[in-house]
Design a protein around this ligand. Structure first.
Ligand code: PMV
Length: 332
């Protein structure tokens, strides 16, 4: 009888962003990135070997219903499974079902959690247990670079060395600094331009080279602020970085606009919160939603303030998380 395995893998939010690739199909980045692993935004994926030649890829609904995954997603997952079969040396077809705990395709890094959970569950179902470093490399082979950072908890740097093929490494464990991440969801529609296209266009921005020249210093300062748990230093750096990602996107050819008026309204509210003395700082990925980082004691006030911004559809509470785990809550 085939083994059924279910993995939960966390999403992550980047403080220093991966934007622009040397090799997009293998997600080899032009710059190192650094993220915080999340606690409540995760993907849950069940994998089991099946008879036959073709993989079966399904999406689970919250009520447990399973439907065939759309062709594009199934094809991408199938290509990823080929890498996992190659790594494990076992050529078996797999049944896969997956669900996210958060809205997909809304700039909440659904691909990071999803492909990391797929790599973890499928390699176990194929009889192999990857180390965190191996999982990081396997997750990246999906083509989602941020998935490489979801293989471990805490604050995560990827790549870990000057070699862009090196896996991610945790630079501080989750209990080093349990920051909270309050997410203002202003739009849950699938984004119109994928991060894949964003990476492809990044180098067309006239500001891209300047960004790359400035990044090593910013990364070093972010790492120091994390080591010193210094939010007053970290916060402005991560805001500057997020705005720069969007500057590159908006000045790419063709231009990409991920922000909506509600994004700007949330950013404005975060600035007003700071004027009241509260330490809260925003970052955004390739989407309109805003992640606000703060200390645990301030999360309630931040959430209430974001809920009151016209255009906020809902507020998600998240925070520091640990790495992927296996669970018994199977999806089939
Ligand atoms: O992992 P990808 O290819 O979906 O790209 C991630 C891009 C950003 O989320 C915008 C930045 C990041 O480092 O997570």
């Amino acid at each position: 009888m085939s083994v059924k395995v279910t993995a939960c893998a966390p999403s992550n939010i980047a403080f220093i962003k991966y934007w622009g690739a040397r090799d997009l199909s293998r997600a080899l980045p032009v710059n190192p990135s650094l993220s915080m692993t999340l606690r409540t935004s995760y993907a849950r994926t069940t994998a089991a070997e099946i008879d036959g030649k073709s993989d079966v890829i399904e999406l689970a609904a919250p009520d447990g219903t399973l439907t065939r995954a759309p062709d594009g997603f199934a094809a991408r997952a199938g290509r990823h499974l080929e890498h996992l079969r190659e790594w494990t040396g076992r050529r078996a077809a797999l049944r896969i079902a997956t669900i996210n705990s958060f809205p997909s395709d809304a700039g909440l890094a659904s691909s990071a959690a999803g492909f990391c959970a797929l790599a973890f569950a499928a390699s176990h179902a194929l009889g192999h247990t990857p180390s965190a470093a191996e999982l990081s490399r396997l997750a990246r082979l999906s083509g989602s670079g941020s998935a490489a950072r979801s293989a471990m908890g805490g604050f995560v740097l990827w790549p870990s060395t000057d070699d862009d093929e090196s896996p991610a490494v945790a630079v501080a464990p989750p209990d080093h600094w349990p920051l909270e991440n309050v997410i203002a969801v202003v739009d849950t529609e699938a984004k119109k331009v994928s991060s894949r296209d964003g990476h492809r266009r990044a180098a067309t921005s006239p500001h891209f080279e300047t960004r790359l020249a400035n990044l090593p210093d910013r990364l070093a300062r972010v790492q120091r602020a994390i080591q010193e748990r210094d939010l007053a230093t970290l916060g402005p750096l991560i805001e500057e970085e997020a705005i720069e990602l969007h500057l590159i996107a908006m000045s790419s050819s063709p231009a990409i606009f991920y922000w909506t008026p509600a994004t700007l309204a949330v950013l404005d509210r975060v600035r007003s919160l700071r004027e009241t003395g509260l330490q809260a700082y925003a970052t955004m990925d390739a989407g309109p939603n805003v992640h606000v980082l703060c200390e645990a004691d301030d999360a309630e006030r931040v959430a209430a303030a974001l809920e009151a911004v016209p255009g906020t559809e809902r507020v998600l509470r998240d925070g520091m998380g640990t790495g992927p785990v296996l669970v018994d809550r199977h999806l089939f």
